[in-house]
Design a protein around this ligand. Structure first.
Ligand code: CA
Ligand code: CA
Length: 479
């Protein structure tokens, strides 16, 4: 009966497509789901489908990463990244899996990449299930890595050669953050819900969760959120959900091959997809993962899903818990990267005001003993201008800026600017005047105003009379 109804509906749908000339990606799903389930509904099971509770998989990472359940990935896919590596996998003593991502400003040189980049930049981490999965409910309670350029993801994957010689039978269901590519502003307001069959046929919903919930919600807000999807094969529907609310319903290109479950953070190196990874180090945090298969009413083809990256050795699994990392949103704020790296390309921009005639190298430059206690620091003279940026900043987020500075005049400034997505002009500026000729620590507590998208932090002299020295710049989220 269910099948008969589905065939009828598909017939109607293809007729209307012929008439309207629509493409498959844009088919409204409302005809199939009709009164069944819609975006904004509370999550529930469709029709008579039940769970096979006897096959529940649940992992809260209490004792770290279980070798019997998970492969820790040690390999790369995509271009321009360093892959996923076991050195970036950690857990806390209260059972949170920490997956570290090192962005393009990573200069610690403590880990090496296994992709095109070998110096540790754009390295992430991933777990892949040793068990195979099929139709059912998939959920992850996590905090995505809250910066642009790092894709926090939870997905099924089976990439199999087509026995008939066509393109690969890539079967995939993905939750990916940040979203926003469809309207050109990548942000944590959005999450991408995508499913594939073959390499060519996919449908992706770029979901703005705020508009579904009727209030502003940013998915890097420091809270755990539960992301997931229900994968049905009869009828073929995927219901994507977030915090118990339906975010998208897909009824085209539904996978039918058994898969493995993947989760992790990786670096697509594609600004149009998740933005640019202009940060040093941050983390994706996972409280738990759950997979609950459906009953036998949901058919699928059993096929081993090969694992497309190398596996870490058992000796590379983390064996002791770690403390929660102290995430500094400023890259290379202690300037010690200068010992082994070029001055440009690691987060700091050494520049000059438009009114300054001297070369940048004379008015804004790093100095090996120019920082606190004769360490590396930055020097700003005359019309020099030192700046750095932090993305993924949203209304209501609270931060503490701290830095060490000294100045031989009274016209030296640090200014923290909140900037919107649409203009480089500050929507709010928070200044600090630096007056002391001895090293002092300056702190500033700020709250991001409406329409915030990033922070631009700048150091300069207003009267071009002073020499300003800067070191140990740090910005942390306090709420
Ligand atoms: Ca946990
Ligand atoms: Ca220093």
């Amino acid at each position: 009966m269910k099948r008969f109804k589905l065939i009828n509906i598909l017939f109607v749908m293809s007729c209307s497509c012929l008439l309207l000339g629509c493409d498959n990606d844009n088919i409204s799903t409302s005809q199939i789901i009709d009164t069944d389930i819609e975006v904004g509904d509370s999550l529930r099971l469709l029709g008579d489908v039940t769970f096979d509770e006897s096959k529940l998989f649940f992992d809260d990472f209490t004792d770290g990463v279980n070798y019997d359940n998970w492969i820790i990935g040690n390999g790369a896919w995509g271009n321009g990244n360093g892959g996923v590596i076991p050195e970036n996998v950690f857990y806390t003593d209260d059972g949170v899996l920490l997956l570290r991502g090192n962005g393009l400003y990573y200069a610690k040189d403590e880990v090496k990449g296994v992709g095109m980049l070998k110096d540790g930049r754009n390295t992430g981490a991933a777990l892949i299930s040793k068990f195979l999965t099929g139709p059912g409910r998939y959920q992850i309670k996590m905090k995505p890595l809250g910066r642009l350029g790092a894709c926090s993801a939870f997905w099924t994957y089976n990439n199999t050669t087509d026995p008939l010689g066509g393109e690969n039978l890539n079967h995939e269901i993905d939750i990916e953050l940040p979203g926003g590519k469809s309207d050109g502003v990548i942000s944590f307001k959005n999450v991408l819900n995508t499913n594939y069959i073959t390499e060519s046929y996919s449908t992706s919903k770029d979901v703005n969760f705020s508009s579904i919930q009727g209030e502003e919600i940013y998915l890097n807000d420091g809270q755990f959120h539960t992301f997931g999807f229900d994968w049905y094969t009869d009828p073929e529907i995927i219901v994507y959900h977030l915090d118990g609310v339906v975010t998208a319903v897909s009824d085209v290109f539904i996978p039918t091959l058994s898969s493995r479950l993947w989760l992790g953070v990786w670096f697509p190196n594609n600004a149009g997809f998740v933005g640019e990874s202009l940060f040093e180090t941050d983390y994706m945090e996972v409280d738990w993962v759950k997979y609950l298969p459906f009953d036998s009413s949901q058919p699928y083809e059993e096929k081993d899903a090969s694992i497309s990256v190398n596996a870490a050795l058992e000796s590379q699994y983390p064996t002791t818990p770690t403390y929660y990392p102290d995430v500094d949103l400023i890259a290379n704020g202690d300037f010690e990267y200068l010992a082994d790296h070029n001055q440009d390309g690691y987060g700091w921009s050494y520049s000059r005001l438009n009114t300054e005639d001297k070369e940048v190298s004379e008015v804004c430059y790093p100095l090996s003993d120019g920082g606190f206690q004769q360490s590396y620091g930055a020097v700003i003279k005359d019309g020099g201008y030192l700046s750095t940026n932090v993305d993924s900043v949203y209304e209501g987020y609270e931060y503490q800026l701290s830095f060490k500075a000294k100045s031989n005049g009274e016209d030296s400034n640090a200014v923290l600017n909140f900037v919107s997505a649409s203009s480089s002009r500050a929507i709010e500026s928070c200044p600090v005047i630096i007056k002391s000729n001895e090293w002092e620590t300056y702190t500033l507590n700020v709250t991001a105003p409406k329409d915030s998208y990033s922070i631009r932090l700048e150091f300069y002299n207003t009267l071009s009379e002073s020499t300003l020295q800067i070191d140990n710049v740090k910005l942390v989220r306090t709420k």
